[in-house]
Design a protein around this ligand. Structure first.
Ligand code: ADP
Ligand code: ZN
Ligand code: ZN
Length: 824
């Protein structure tokens, strides 16, 4: 290994990508995991080594060994490189990590979303696959001279001592860096002297974890009611559950369970997996007999050949999931895998359960909340190519399934399929389409409220499930004009019709859902005397008031940066003690319910109450176990809940979703409200939906009232067409932010000028620069430039956009959002 630092030579990327030249290739272009090297580096292949694109390599870089991915094999060197500048690949850490055509997909994503390939790779690959975390440093004890420490700097000595303290003289570079400030300098120094060497650790299969499981073994006459409940729950779940799951599902403590153990009803033991997970066959749920529309849809899907797009437009509760379940059976049988993308795993425990119940171990869940080890294992297991079902969120569109037979996007309209905060700003639906094209397999898009984007796609099969299962009616929707309520002297949050419905709920033993667009208690706090509004010190937004229960802390919180402070006793501007809370959040509604309907038991379901792992599931379990009459929650309620006992759904105030400023506002409002309404009446008892609003005439409300998606889509598409908005035009949003207000503004002006200067043929419109609608978040000032063009221009002509990064000073960050959903 070379000891002198070598300046890396960045190859120009002219080398033609040719996967079949492995015979003649002597060199390989490698993407190294090192943020300051944007391009590919060329390395020499030692004579006995064979490398394929996609292999993970370890290569020397400067004076380290780092991880890298083989991208292209080349048989001739670019002109600016001479052979003696080039170093050898050290080892192949792991072979063929990627299925064929995978790189094409990643390159397409990088190109379309104006992102560096490395950012796409970081999105697609499990973390730690390439990361320096695997880089280890070990002593070469034989060559370290006596009194070595006298030659070294203090940090060099510290590193040496730490390594020597370990019997094997070996630590990960990351650990060294954590323990010793400035460790990298010390490592470099020792490396220069040849006293230590670095190597890449092969990623390890993590061992199956042993966890505590609870087994039902007997009965006892002397149980407390709580113990009896827990035991009954365990019985319903097949007599065996993980302890943690049981505790969560029953919201109970381990002392209750150990009480059951003492009475001989259960045993608690460590296991690797649950028994029924190993022998799923007897437990598997059977396919349902489809109704006519479902059968037609299934027939069409089964007959598809090669790449086709299908929109499965089924009203809420029409049995789309059952169609997916049956559509994938022949694909698996033919030896192919299926990828199912869902908006948020945490919110769709029911969907995952249904696939598990039907397909048992063939189902694998892949999402970012898995630990690094779990993700890595899942990744390797997907690569094996056994037919399987992968259910995952957005980034699972990159799951490395070598034989992909179908992609399904459930709730395809959901905005969480779009990544906005980080590059690449990809939409999983767009990427799924490219992937299905590359793999020659069908893409199924399912929704009750399709995105207008999908609705307007010309080349697609349209399949409709117009009715609910068993022809259950869609719940009737009543719209309540809150202005009239006020005129009639009703100052409660709840209108007369809603009060009546809530009273009946308890009497009839049914359950209900109250939807509130916002969490917290109130949306803003202002002074009655001078009108001063409490604002976040770091963002240009008002603070929300949080107050969960009588006597609790009254705090103010920023929903953008999470800044939290106590509510002051007096107005900071005029000293008046009269502060008023405006707007209605989940906490306030829950409190109002407790005052006005003390009999109703309520559960709050929002991002405050579901922060911990598994909290969604346990709250929903509590609800389905009748531990509450009402679920009070935000946006999360709109996603996929299928609870038969829910008859009443009420939107406490629709205005919070109706009035937003960007071009998608109406579409999103319709989708949200229609999805919430769709939670009612899914069982045998008819449902009822009450929507309270100060704007009953709003077109979204009118379309909703009639369950008329088509009418809504038509009207909204006319608007979009008139302004050349998507799905007709194409938008690219340039987001700039930085700590210095002036610098951000100046850079925005500069970039807008660059955009205008490139626009010789008037292919696009440049709007702005303008301050973002919230101009400051977490102390960063934000400006935007919007480009609007036709679809084809956008795909082909704007490749210069990536040059814009070069015009940005170091302190300013630029995020190019291609096809933005949110203009905020
Ligand atoms: P969607 O996904 O369209 O909202 P689901 O697939 O969740 O609808 O179906 C709603 C309910 O109807 C579920 O409880 C499901 O088990 C049930 N269901 C679906 N298809 C059938 C069928 N053909 N026969 C009987 N029940 C069905
Ligand atoms: Zn005041
Ligand atoms: Zn803030």
């Amino acid at each position: 290994m070379l000891n002198s630092p070598v300046v890396p030579v960045v190859a120009s990327s002219q080398g033609n990508y040719n996967p079949d030249n492995s015979q003649t290739a002597q060199w390989v272009e490698v993407l190294v995991d090192c943020p300051d090297i944007p391009g590919l580096l060329t390395y020499h292949l030692p004579s006995e080594m064979t490398v394929q694109p996609g292999d993970i390599l370890s290569v020397p870089l400067r004076n380290q060994i780092v991880g890298g991915i083989a991208i292209r094999l080349v048989s001739s060197l670019p002109e600016n490189l001479s052979e003696n500048q080039i170093r050898d690949v050290e080892t192949v850490v792991s072979e063929s990590l990627f299925p064929p055509r995978y790189w094409q997909l990643l390159e397409k994503v990088a190109h379309y979303y104006c992102s560096p390939l490395l950012s796409v790779i970081h999105t697609a690959l499990p973390p730690g696959l390439l990361g320096k975390s695997q880089l280890r440093i070990r002593l070469k004890p034989d060559v370290i001279p006596e009194g070595a420490t006298e030659f070294c700097s203090s940090v060099g000595v510290a590193v040496l001592r730490l390594l020597q303290s370990q019997q094997t003289g070996d630590y990960s570079a990351r650990y060294l860096r954590q323990q010793i400030k400035g460790a990298q300098r010390g490592i470099n120094e020792l490396m220069r002297r040849g006293w230590v060497e670095s190597y890449l650790q092969q990623p390890q299969q993590s061992r199956p974890k042993r966890q505590k499981a609870v087994l039902l073994v007997g009965e006892s006459p002397e149980l407390t009611p709580r113990q009896r409940e827990v035991l009954e729950f365990l019985r319903r779940r097949g007599g065996e559950l993980w302890l943690t799951e049981l505790l969560q599902a029953c919201s109970t403590t381990s002392s209750t369970v150990s009480g059951l153990e003492k009475k001989g009803c259960v045993v608690i033991q460590e296991q690797e997996r649950l028994r029924f997970a190993q022998t799923p066959d007897q437990e598997l749920d059977q396919p349902k007999t489809l109704n006519h529309a479902q059968q037609e849809a299934l027939n069409t899907i089964n007959a598809l050949d090669g790449f086709q797009q299908v929109l499965l437009h089924g009203v809420t509760g029409s049995g789309k999931t059952e169609v997916y379940l049956q559509a994938i059976a022949p694909i698996l049988q033919a030896g192919y895998s299926v990828l199912i993308l869902v908006p948020e795993i945490g919110l769709t425990p029911q969907l995952c359960d249904r696939f598990r119940a039907r397909y048992g171990n063939q189902v694998c869940i892949y999402h970012s909340a898995l630990s690094t080890g779990e993700r890595y294992d899942t990744w390797r297991q997907m690569l094996r190519g056994d037919p399987q079902i992968v259910i995952g969120t957005r980034s699972a569109v990159f799951a490395p399934l070598p034989k992909l037979g179908m992609i399904i996007l459930d709730e395809e309209h959901d905005s969480s399929f779009k990544q906005t905060q980080r590059l690449p700003t990809y939409h999983a639906r767009t990427v799924a389409k490219w992937r299905a094209e590359l793999e020659h397999c069908p893409l199924i898009l399912g929704s009750a409220t399709p995105s207008l984007e999908t609705w307007e796609t010309p080349e697609k099969y349209y399949l409709s499930l117009p009715e609910r299962i068993y022809s259950r009616p869609l719940p009737p929707i009543s719209v309540v004009d809150m202005r009239q309520e006020l005129q009639q002297g009703n100052r409660s949050i709840f209108s007369q019709p809603l009060q009546t419905a809530l009273q009946n709920l308890k009497a009839q033993g049914k359950q209900g859902i109250l939807f509130i667009p916002r969490r917290g208690h109130s949306t803003f706090v202002s002074c009655r005397s001078c009108g001063y509004v409490m604002e976040c010190p770091h963002c240009d937004v008002s603070l929300s008031y949080h107050y969960t229960h009588e006597g609790g802390t009254q705090s103010l919180r920023c929903h953008y940066c999470n800044h939290t402070q106590l509510q002051p006793k007096q107005c900071p501007a005029c000293g008046s003690p009269y502060l008023k809370h405006f707007g209605t959040g989940t906490q306030r509604v829950k409190q109002a319910l407790e005052q006005e309907f003390p009999d109703l038991r309520t559960l709050r379901f929002d991002s405050d109450t579901t922060r911990t792992k598994g909290a969604h599931r346990s709250l929903l379990n509590q609800f389905t176990n009748y531990e509450a009459d009402l679920l009070v929650g935000t946006q999360m309620l709109t996603k996929g809940l299928d609870i038969a006992q829910v008859t009443l759904v009420a939107v406490v105030s629709a205005d919070g979703v109706l009035h937003r400023s960007d071009y998608m506002a109406a579409e999103r409002a319709f989708q949200t409200l229609a999805q919430v309404a769709g939670r009612a009446g899914r069982g045998d008892d008819p449902g009822q939906v009450i929507i309270q609003t100060y704007n009953p005439e709003h077109p979204v409300i009118a379309a909703l009232y009639n369950h008329d998606y088509r009418r809504f889509a038509q009207a909204e598409l006319e608007n979009r067409y008139a302004y050349n908005y998507p799905p007709y035009g194409k938008l690219i949003l340039l987001n700039l932010s930085g700590l210095d207000a002036l610098e951000v503004q100046q850079t925005a002006t500069l970039l807008a000028d660059v955009c205008r200067s490139k626009n010789e043929e008037n292919q696009y419109e440049v709007l702005g620069p303008a301050p973002a609608s919230v101009m400051r978040i977490a102390r960063r000032y934000r400006w935007q430039i919007l480009l609007k063009c036709s679809r084809t221009e956008g795909e082909n002509q704007l490749s210069w956009l990536t040059d814009l990064y070069q015009f940005c000073p170091k302190n300013i960050s630029l995020n190019i959002d291609v096809d933005p959903l949110d203009m905020g």
